[in-house]
Write a protein that binds this ligand. Structure first.
Ligand code: ADP
Ligand code: MG
Length: 460
């Protein structure tokens, strides 16, 4: 009967596939005791959300299918048996759902969101299922469950992808919601600009800044670790946080480490980060890595290449700690195949594709190639564009930053940097290095950006 009940629930309450798979599918009947039906759920932290959102629909569907009205209680599977047993006795409190007055807000700014980063394209595995469930709960009921939601995990493990997914999900359902996604770099640079303009007598600058960040239903701040050590940014972020939190607005934060390990972050911010729910994303296991590769093949329509399973397995076996690299090696493999005029994919081609990827993790030495990769990633400008001849401001600026950082962080010669950047001569490189060195002196936002890129290259 259970299957019938949940299918009915899905259809009659218009559950999306993701909501259904995340909340309802994992529910299992534990036991029936008198008039009480005990259901197991994946995580203790999900119970509150499931109760708020799905308890009534569940009761109705159960009653309609079985003809009996049951009380429902949830038992989390992520607790030790002993503690689970206590749930059998205890009645979880059901929160009164308050009906808030709905405000009409201006059309949502969809900017800053990558259309590819949605819940639909996110592969759920053991490494991220808690973070995924927490993100979906927040997306379904912003401001009502976990506030703030704090996501943390290493580089390339899906934090940004989840944050964008939350924003898309909310905007897709309620386009009138004010949703703002920014990196902490943008927050800092906006603040620097506001302060600078304020000094020149423009009092509106600070108001505009506060309006941008406070007048939101949902604020998502990515890579918050980069505000560490920046006093005025921390101060302003503290007030932004309080303002939004007091108003019941949703805040989502990501970082490379949990709040308790952000030891040099102001204590009052650290404690606030711990107010809501903290969810980590860890390194994916082999099966999840395979699933991610197959998902990418599907999404990018790469089936036509008919890459053999053993080649995919080879990649999944060798790239373990960074999903961006996992995807990168698949791209590299296909690029090699196309330019090499090969007839088919085999493990030797995969080995060639992975050649440069396996090493960098082990040696902590900063190489010009690493600088190039990180800058490319940071500005979302491809490596080949940086090597090429495009001269628009963004590409040219990023290119000069590569030159500058190679000089600062490696012992590469001007000539070798020029070679790395597609064969530019040493005087071009020299000019670029000087230009950035001069700009950094007078431009505080550039200084902040460079500092963040340096931390990305060499986190220590
Ligand atoms: P982070 O912000 O943690 O450094 P990102 O969110 O930028 O990582 O993810 C890096 C890349 O890996 C992105 O292209 C993202 O789409 C992809 N990715 C990460 N996790 C997943 C996942 N679970 N399923 C599918 N793609 C993923
Ligand atoms: Mg990110």
């Amino acid at each position: 009967k259970w299957e019938e009940i949940i299918q009915k629930l899905k259809v009659e309450y218009f559950l999306s596939n993701i909501s259904f798979e995340t909340w309802i599918r994992p529910l299992e009947v534990y036991e029936i005791r008198g008039n009480t039906l005990y259901l197991t759920v994946n995580f203790k932290a999900s119970i509150e959300h499931i109760q708020n959102k799905y308890l009534l629909p569940l009761k109705v569907c159960i009653a309609e299918v079985t003809g009996t009205e049951y009380q429902i209680k949830f038992i989390p599977r992520d607790l030790p048996r002993e503690q689970q047993r206590r749930y059998l006795e205890k009645t979880a409190p059901v929160k009164e759902k308050t009906h808030k007055h709905k405000e009409v807000s201006p059309i949502a700014e969809k900017a800053n969101l990558n259309p590819k980063y949605t819940f639909d394209t996110f592969v759920v595995g053991g490494n991220n299922n808690f973070a995924h469930a927490a993100s979906l709960a927040v997306a379904e009921s912003p401001g009502e469950v976990y506030n703030p939601l704090f996501l943390y995990g290493g580089v390339g493990l899906g934090k940004t992808h989840l944050m964008h997914s939350i924003a898309h999900y909310i905007l897709d359902r309620e386009p009138s919601k004010k949703v703002l996604y920014v990196t902490s770099e943008t927050f800092t640079n906006d603040l620097i600009t506001a302060i600078r303009n304020g000094k020149t007598g423009n009092d509106l600058a600070m108001n505009a800044f506060r309006d941008k960040y406070r007048n939101n239903d949902v604020l998502l701040i990515d890579d918050v670790q980069f505000i560490i050590g920046k006093e005025s940014t921390q101060e302003e972020f503290f007030h932004t946080f309080n303002h939004l939190h007091n108003a019941g607005k949703q805040i989502v934060i990501s970082s490379d480490k949990p709040p308790k390990d952000m030891t040099t972050l102001e204590a009052r911010l650290r404690t606030r980060f711990e107010w809501g729910l903290i969810a980590d994303i860890s390194v994916p296991d082999y099966e999840t890595r395979m699933a991610i590769l197959y998902k990418k093949i599907e999404l990018d329509q790469l089936e036509r290449y008919q890459i053999p399973d053993e080649v995919i397995q080879y990649i999944a076996m060798n790239i373990k700690t960074n999903i961006r690299e996992l995807e990168g090696s698949l791209n590299k493999l296909i690029a090699l195949y196309r330019i090499g005029g090969r007839k088919n994919f085999d493990v030797s081609l995969a080995a060639e594709a992975l050649k440069d990827m396996i090493a960098p993790d082990e040696s902590h030495k900063v190489t010009p190639e690493l600088v190039l990769d990180v800058v490319s990633d940071h500005f979302n400008v491809s490596v080949s564009e940086l090597k090429g001849s495009r001269r628009n401001a963004r590409t040219a600026g990023a290119r000069q930053i590569v030159m500058y950082l190679c000089r600062q962080m490696t012992d590469a010669s001007l000539q070798s940097i020029g070679d790395l950047l597609g064969g530019r001569d040493h005087s071009t490189v020299n000019h670029g290095v000087d230009k950035i060195a001069r700009d950094v002196e007078k431009d505080e936002t550039l200084r902040n950006t460079i500092e963040i890129i340096q931390k990305k290259i060499s986190p220590l």
